[in-house]
Design a protein around this ligand. Structure first.
Ligand code: SF4
Length: 597
């Protein structure tokens, strides 16, 4: 097997700094791989060449644990050489990061989609790389295009017209058997293999074998299945090995780069999924049942942290028991590292956790009320009181936090102006408390309110709910900004609602939308995305802002993560009635359909 090597700058690698070009014309940011750890360099001779695309910037891609894992799984196979592609600079031809080759040199073109908003970017990248976008128009002279990642797991249909094969679920279990099959066929890969893949591998979805029909209102009527393909595709899920099986290693940062979004952070997964049942959160539903990794698996992941990296970021803290957190923290401290936290549960700041935060000299902390008022937090099943947020803010300021970030969504089901005014009131009360504390300590804590627009996602109870609409979201945002304008020590930032609108269109899109995205990616850009879609005869509001009825067949139901539509519809009704839901109780519950109880 080829060894994973530290990267030395290859003279042939094109860099913007040197102005040198490789075999194509993409300019890579100066020395993009310089300082990167975890890079694979393998010879191509007699190996199956695989392109691995992440349709976003290098900084975002290099921080994505899923993409890193797939890169390793591919290259750990001795008969495979996998090279990565990220977004090139505008107008440039995409080339692989490792050897500067174009997409058309690869037999397999794999992509990992984490965010549905990146779907159009992905298609543009494929087009810029010289690929024919419509799968139906490609023959065996073209590479096979294979899709994966949580974005397509949630709903593969918008990218179905461009994709030959989807591999759905968690890569550790879904990818290796399919890869082994493809390696065995290499160099005689071809579309004739697709029906076999669909029939023999439960996580494989071959869109060409399924034919949608629609009713007169445009809603999906049925998916007709051809050949031996299953009626629905079950994503593969990882489980901890039983006694006697090979021990597992929890997910961790396999690529470390000074240019990554979390450049100085080594990330370790404490588990997958979440037991809290927040109704807006797609990850909390499709990763069911929630799984916490054993201390041994987490310890094994920590063993991979290079000595030079001092900070450890723990993912999945929401679920971890205080004793587990304490044990892991002690281990991290023992190794001379400090901890970093993405977001903290306001109602779970135990004295031990606060001690740990203080020892890690945390200066910025994030709390996520998500809903503007207590009523909305009941609707989304966040279950967080204002008092819990106020107390958490003061506790964090007391241990030296100088920036307190609050995440909140606008446009949640049932939201009214009164909810936004309640948020403004909470921020003012929080500010008063922090001010009093700051005066005593001689150091003020700033509040940063970060606002995003709510996007209804498939496989959540809000899959039935309409997106609030750009004009309404802008109005609510202005209301918030107006109320908080001039408040010293309070800053507000917001994502553009138009971006969320595009996500809302694609999130619950179908193949007809996918064909329009292909036309947009391949054609000349005239006007914004809304105008382009409308020009292609597609009404974006039909996808984003149409209320869905209980009982409607959804395009994403081609995937079967085990959650029943009955459960989701009942949860939606409970949400609208302002009733909270139960958290997961693995081993003692069958309510959503995923577990045997
Ligand atoms: S059946 Fe119960 S415990 Fe299992 S995933 Fe569903 S809600 Fe959670």
């Amino acid at each position: 097997m080829a060894k994973r090597q530290r990267v030395r700058r290859r003279p042939a690698l094109p860099t913007a700094g040197s102005g040198r070009r490789g075999r194509g014309d993409q300019k890579l940011p100066g020395g993009i791989l310089a300082g990167e750890r975890g890079t694979w360099r393998k010879k191509w001779t007699d190996r199956l060449p695989v392109a691995l695309i992440f349709p976003n910037t290098y900084a975002v891609a290099a921080s994505n644990l899923g993409w890193q894992l797939v890169y390793d799984l591919l290259n750990e196979h001795p008969a495979v050489v996998a090279e990565r592609f990220v977004l090139p600079v505008v107008g440039a031809r995409p080339l692989s990061l490792e050897s500067g080759r174009p997409l058309t040199d690869f037999a397999l073109v794999c992509y990992s989609l984490s965010f549905e908003g990146d779907s159009l970017t992905l298609l543009e990248l494929l087009a810029a790389g010289g690929l024919t976008l419509e799968a139906a128009a490609r023959d065996d002279d073209h590479p096979l295009v294979i899709g994966g990642g949580v974005g397509v797991w949630l709903n593969p249909e918008p990218l179905a017209p461009a994709t030959d094969l989807f591999i759905l679920g968690e890569a550790e279990v879904a990818l290796p058997p399919v890869l082994q099959f493809l390696v065995a066929q290499w160099p005689r890969l071809g579309r004739r293999l697709l029906p076999r893949l669909a029939a023999d591998f439960s996580a494989c979805y071959v869109p060409a074998l399924y034919h949608p029909s629609y009713d007169e209102q445009g809603r999906l009527l049925a998916m007709t299945v051809q050949s031996d393909a299953p009626a629905r595709v079950v994503p593969a899920l990882l489980r901890e090995p039983a006694a006697g099986e090979t021990a597992m290693v929890a997910g961790y940062s396999r690529i470390l780069s000074p240019r990554a979004e979390f450049s100085d952070l080594f990330l370790v997964e404490l588990g997958r999924g979440c037991s809290r049942n927040c109704r807006f959160c797609a990850a909390g539903f499709i990763y069911r049942p929630p799984r916490l990794w054993s201390p041994e698996a987490i310890r094994a992941a920590l063993d991979h942290c290079p000595p030079a990296i001092r900070r450890i970021g723990l993912l999945g803290m929401e679920m971890a028991a205080p004793e587990t957190l304490a044990a892991i923290s002690a281990l991290i401290a023992e190794r001379g590292k400090s901890l970093s936290f993405s977001s903290l549960r306001a109602d779970a700041l135990t004295p031990a956790l606060l001690e740990l935060l203080a020892a890690s000299r945390i200066k910025t902390a994030v709390l996520a009320p998500d809903g503007a008022s207590e009523r909305l937090r009941r609707i989304i099943n966040k279950g967080l009181s204002e008092e819990a947020v106020l107390q958490a803010g003061e506790k964090l300021a007391a241990i030296g936090v100088t920036t307190l970030k609050l995440y909140c969504m606008l446009g949640l089901p049932g939201e009214e102006d009164g909810d936004l005014l309640e948020l403004v009131g909470m921020i003012r009360r929080l500010k008063r408390g922090l001010l009093a504390l700051g005066r005593r300590r001689g150091r003020l804590t700033e509040i940063q309110l970060s606002v995003s627009s709510f996007v209804p996602k498939p496989w959540t109870p809000f899959q039935y709910h309409p997106f609030a609409g750009v004009a309404e979201l802008v109005r609510r945002l202005k209301l918030l900004q107006g109320e908080l304008a001039g408040e010293a020590n309070v800053r507000i930032s917001a994502e553009a609602p138009d971006k969320a609108y595009f996500q809302a269109v694609v999130a619950r899109g179908d193949r007809r939308l996918g064909l329009a995205l292909i036309a947009m990616a391949a054609g000349e850009k005239r006007g914004n995305w809304r105008r382009q879609l409308t020009g292609l005869g597609v009404d974006p509001s039909w996808y984003a802002s149409r209320p869905r009825a209980d009982g409607e067949i959804f395009p994403w139901e081609i995937v079967d993560p085990g959650i029943t539509a009955r459960f989701l519809a009942a949860e939606y009704r409970r949400a609208l009635a302002g009733k909270s839901g139960q958290p997961c109780r693995v081993g003692a519950c069958k309510v959503c359909g995923v577990c045997d109880g």
